[in-house]
Design a protein around this ligand. Structure first.
Ligand SMILES: C[S@@+](CC[C@H](N)C(=O)[O-])C[C@H]1O[C@@H](n2cnc3c(N)ncnc32)[C@H](O)[C@@H]1O
Length: 273
């Protein structure tokens, strides 16, 4: 029997950004191991198997039986929108912003000519490189998305898919606006997929998470007013699709939340430009 050597992540500090990324990776891995998964992120499960970390402690903190579904529903919706775009544009460029340890590039069946860029802060990309390597059609870029220079690395001659999951709420509104302007100035045509938190997000964060959430909006359609190149296509609650959850008590819990205004706390948005 061959044994793959584990990659040592024990230096990842509890509570750091890198730790948060391991947390969502772990939730996706747990969901992929459940019966009838919604996302079925086998690449996340493989990554967790390869990483040497205190997963038992992570489990006690992340509570996968309740929380894995939220992460899976959100990621699955963005995957579906991404797959539809790549089906229409098999030569697309993809910018996956704030990728963390997400395995979207590996769980989607990418057409051969797609060029995928996973972008995150340098410290996150450094960690990511312990697991994955650049290859034809796949590159990692370590930079803040609020810098302008990383964009010079990306081709502009193809339809462009931009995915930002769990990212824009951590940027001040002025930086979100500047980023969107830079993106639509550089790329001629494509789609922008992202989630937004309600204005409650920054307020709650001031109390519970040291104010790390900076931007919230009651309706992401306001982006059309900021940037006339952006056209709204659709939006969904991150909880939409809860009917597929394969656990009766958790499904009922999500259904209950979905029946209240809290369903609009985290919303997934699709725009074109
Ligand atoms: C909540 S995590 C989400 C990670 C991943 N998208 C997922 O769903 O698992 C937020 C990610 O955004 C990244 N991020 C935050 N601000 C950033 C910035 N200015 N530039 C690049 N990445 C940023 C963080 O480093 C982190 O990896």
């Amino acid at each position: 029997m061959t044994q793959t050597r584990k990659v040592d992540f024990s230096g990842v500090r509890w509570g750091s950004v890198e730790w948060t990324n391991l947390g969502t990776l772990y939730l996706r891995a747990c969901e992929s191991r459940s019966p009838n998964p919604i996302l079925g992120d086998d690449a996340a499960a493989e990554a967790v198997d390869r990483i040497d970390y205190d997963w038992a402690r992570m489990r006690r903190y992340m509570l996968p039986p309740a929380n894995q579904w939220l992460v899976a529903l959100r990621a699955a919706r963005l995957d579906d929108w991404s797959a539809a775009f790549l089906g229409r544009h098999p030569d697309a460029v993809v910018l996956h912003l704030g990728c963390g340890m997400d395995t979207r590039a590996f769980r989607l069946r990418l057409p051969r000519h797609v060029q995928w860029f996973d972008v995150d802060q340098p410290n996150v990309i450094e960690l990511r490189r312990k697991l994955y390597a650049d290859r034809d059609g796949y590159r990692m870029l370590g930079s803040s998305v609020t810098e302008a220079s990383w964009l010079d690395e990306t081709p502009t001659d193809r339809p462009t898919l931009i995915v930002a999951e769990g990212l824009l709420m951590y940027l001040p509104q002025s930086e979100v606006r500047t980023l969107l302007q830079r993106l639509t100035d550089r790329f001629t045509t494509g789609e922008l997929l992202f989630d937004t938190l309600s204005p409650m997000g920054p307020r709650l964060s001031k109390v519970f998470s040291k104010g790390i959430v900076k931007w919230g909006t009651s309706d992401a359609r306001e982006l059309e007013r900021w940037n006339p190149r952006l056209r709204f296509l659709e939006q969904n609650s991150a909880l939409a699709g809860y009917e597929r959850i394969n656990s009766t008590p958790i499904r009922l819990l999500y259904r209950l939340i979905h029946a209240t205004p809290a369903r609009n706390y985290d919303v997934l948005n699709r725009f074109e430009f």
